[in-house]
Design a protein around this ligand. Structure first.
Ligand SMILES: Cc1ncc(COP(=O)(O)O)c(C=O)c1O
Length: 431
């Protein structure tokens, strides 16, 4: 590998990669290595990582157990294609059947979250012999054509051709309720709206509803307790399957449970996952119960999906989560975050709303608490101010005005407090 300097790396990155991402940093971060909850840049500077590569590295950077499992697998077999059986893919599928909710049992492996959602929808369409798919407003499902069409948000759809027969229903954005209601008096109007969409915008029957449990890219939209019960009931009333997209919220991110939907007491018919599954190794999957998975005319094959090295990493990652009380830690540290963030909200008017659970948090920034005008420039400044003090955070929401935070799930209380202190200081400097 060439020994490029930081300046050369930045300039060659600009020259040879498509200009698709913007980080809000005055100078791009060139990452050299990661250790646990820390990232190190090319100059050797250390950063506490509260963004974990977009909510991926649940068990910490270069986790020893996972590195060992992947390294051992590298020396055995690195690729087989889906036509041949290998040990890791079988063991991982068995493990997913064990840890996913309800009757979910049979998995199909792919390489990313987009493909997992795309495959899940295809399965639902084949199984129901219907086309119509309903997503949630504010949802993000990826960059392939169907996943991008399902994604609701103009910023992600620039210049795109859309897949037909996709409609959208209301998400549970209580802070900006579409119905001007409050969680106490809304009677789940947002969830019930699905029925109106089905009756007015579809043939009256649907293939599926696709929903993230907590919308990460949408701005940490965290639905109230009954939202998914109502959504599932209406979906099934019209013969549809409920697909839950756990790509960002899964694998302990929301604390206490392996998957976020378990907090809502609803069993999905199909679940999509990726990101946290293998702690950073490329892998995605969708899983269904035996009946839904039984349509043998689903003609799918993935050349790289279920790569043995990624699967070996995923098995080690899940074992690490189970053996080290990571779900419990994520829940406990989540309570620390909630308390501290609510204190920051008291202190800084720019924080309009605090939401999330476990180690998945959003601070919605507004210029004025009455008008709720999104403070997206300030969100960008906060990212830079935090980086200057050695903390990496992200942002999301319709205007990129929601600070998005998600450290590794094995983080300790002193590191949580260290990060919050930096965020507090950054708010105090924000102009
Ligand atoms: C909920 C959700 N679904 C799907 C995706 C797409 O995943 P990928 O970028 O791995 O294709 C993402 C990515 O952020 C996501 O957050």
């Amino acid at each position: 590998m060439k020994d490029y300097s930081k300046e050369e790396l930045i300039s060659k990155h600009k020259e040879y990669l498509m200009p698709s991402v913007h980080t809000s940093f005055s100078e791009p971060l060139c990452v050299e290595k990661g250790v646990g909850e820390y990232l190190f840049d090319i100059d050797g500077r250390k950063y506490l990582d509260f963004y974990t590569g977009i909510m991926v590295v649940v068990s910490g950077h270069c986790n020893e157990k996972i590195t060992k499992a992947a390294t051992e697998q590298l020396g055995k077999i690195q690729h087989t294609s889906a036509f041949f059986i290998n040990r890791p893919i079988v063991e991982l599928a068995e493990k997913l059947a064990e840890i996913t909710p309800g009757k979910l049992k049979k998995s199909f492996f792919v390489n990313s979250g987009s493909e997992a959602v795309e495959g899940a929808v295809h399965l639902a369409q084949v199984q129901t012999n219907r086309d119509t798919v309903i997503g949630l407003q504010g949802g993000y499902h990826g960059k392939t054509l169907l996943a991008r069409t399902l994604t609701s948000g103009s910023v992600w759809r620039i210049g795109s051709t859309n897949v037909p027969n996709i409609r959208y229903t209301q998400n549970a954005y209580c802070y900006r309720c579409h119905f001007n209601a409050t969680p106490k008096n809304c009677d789940m109007a947002c969830a019930k709206y699905l029925e109106e969409i089905i009756q007015t915008q579809t043939p009256g029957e649907i293939a599926c509803v696709v929903a993230e449990t907590i919308q990460g890219v949408g701005g940490l939209i965290t639905p109230p307790e009954d939202y998914f019960k109502v959504l599932a009931e209406i979906t099934r009333k019209y013969g549809g399957l409920l697909i839950i997209d756990e790509v960002q919220a899964g694998f302990g991110r929301t604390g206490g449970k392996m998957f976020a939907i378990e907090h809502y007491g609803v069993d999905p018919d199909i679940m999509a996952m990726a990101k946290g599954i293998a702690n950073g190794f490329p892998l995605g999957a969708f899983i269904a119960d035996e009946k839904v998975a039984s349509c043998t005319d689903n003609p799918s094959v993935s050349t790289f999906g279920g790569n043995p090295v990624s699967c070996a990493a995923a098995i080690a990652n899940i074992e690490y989560i189970q053996e080290n009380n990571i779900l419990e830690n994520s829940e406990r540290m989540g309570k620390v975050f909630r308390e501290k963030f609510l204190q920051l909200k008291e202190k800084y008017d720019i924080i309009g709303d605090v939401r999330g659970r476990g180690l998945f948090w959003g601070l919605e920034l507004v210029k004025d608490r009455k008008t709720k005008e999104p403070a997206w420039e300030e969100a960008g400044k906060m990212m830079q101010l935090c980086k200057d003090e050695g903390l990496i955070i992200g942002r999301s929401g319709g205007y990129f005005h929601v600070l998005r935070l998600g450290p590794p799930l094995n983080i300790t209380k002193d590191k949580v407090e260290e990060g919050i202190k930096i965020i507090d200081n950054a708010f105090s400097k924000l102009k």
